[in-house]
Design a protein around this ligand. Sequence first.
Ligand code: FMN
Length: 346
Amino acid sequence: MKTEADTNHSIGINIGRHRLQSRAFLAPMAGITDLPVRRMAMRFGAGLAVSEMIASDWLASGDPSALLRAEGEGVGLHVVQLAGCEARWLAEGARIAETAGADIIDINMGCPAKSVTNGQLAGAALLRDIDQAEQLIQAVVTAVKVPVTLKMRLGWDENSIVAPELACRAEAAGIAMVTVHGRTRAQFYNGEADWAAIARVKSEISIPLVANGDLLSYEDASAMRAMAKADAVMIGRGARGRAWFPGYVGRYLETGTIPQDPSLDMQRDVLLELYEGWLSQYGIARGVREARKHIGWTLEAAAHTAGRTSDEVKAWRAKLLAESDPNRVRHGICDAFDDFAWKQAA
Ligand SMILES: Cc1cc2nc3c(=O)[nH]c(=O)nc-3n(C[C@H](O)[C@H](O)[C@H](O)COP(=O)(O)O)c2cc1C
């Protein structure tokens, strides 16, 4: 499938020897940004598409599911995100990812999940101990030849905003780019991301700064970039069902012109190609299950393009998500899009 985004021009952000093609990235999202999704986002022109978080000791154990998350065939610039609280495992995980083909290693210091921050000091819990965070960064940077980047939140809570200082230390330790989600860990996903607070990081570093949190529209992208004084933006939930969105946002940031959504035919073809990707990535049984949430999000996006309401998607979603036979799902996807197209034309 041709994606119209194969215009391979680059913008002024370098990570190591890599020159990025866009200022808008796909955020790492566990359970969502698997290989088929990252591959598609990059084809549509995303500057980067970061893998799902992988616990470094899990990767070091050789678990097949962890190795699957670290795959990057066909992605182009391949970024593997690692989480962990022990230098030896993070270093070992980074070496394994590098050997498996990662072009960039990203360290997660933003995950708020209790399973990650409790007991073990990992994810956003590291924002409570930035000396330890700095040591872990140094261990990873030393372990690999590829560039290492860092993703974090503003701090643990509103009384401990450590992002500016940690970013400064991270740069000194050799980190090549910093992404900041404009929330504290205490906020989880509540409230609004504070884009202006991200800007306080900018004055502390000379490496590229990426702003993240609540970017849902093209207007958000320019506002976020200006308020956060960021070199680039990173999109998570806003890209669900819209693998093309980060690439389109990047194009908008370069040209100032809001691109039209891809045609319904193209959105259908994207979903069909992703569907084959999930089946081959996970095998039929798991692939059918993994695909379901994406089908729901994609139908929502298509309904929006067609000027339809969420209610009109419900029946299609219920039908397709109950289906286990891949052939029937493929046909159902085509029927759903035909229905949207017919209503769009009516
Ligand atoms: C379902 C889900 C899974 C996520 N998994 C990860 C992850 O593996 N690594 C990470 O750094 N952030 C993860 N995040 C956080 C996102 O990367 C991003 O920082 C956050 O969603 C805010 O951006 P957004 O408002 O554009 O979604 C996850 C978020 C969601 C919603």
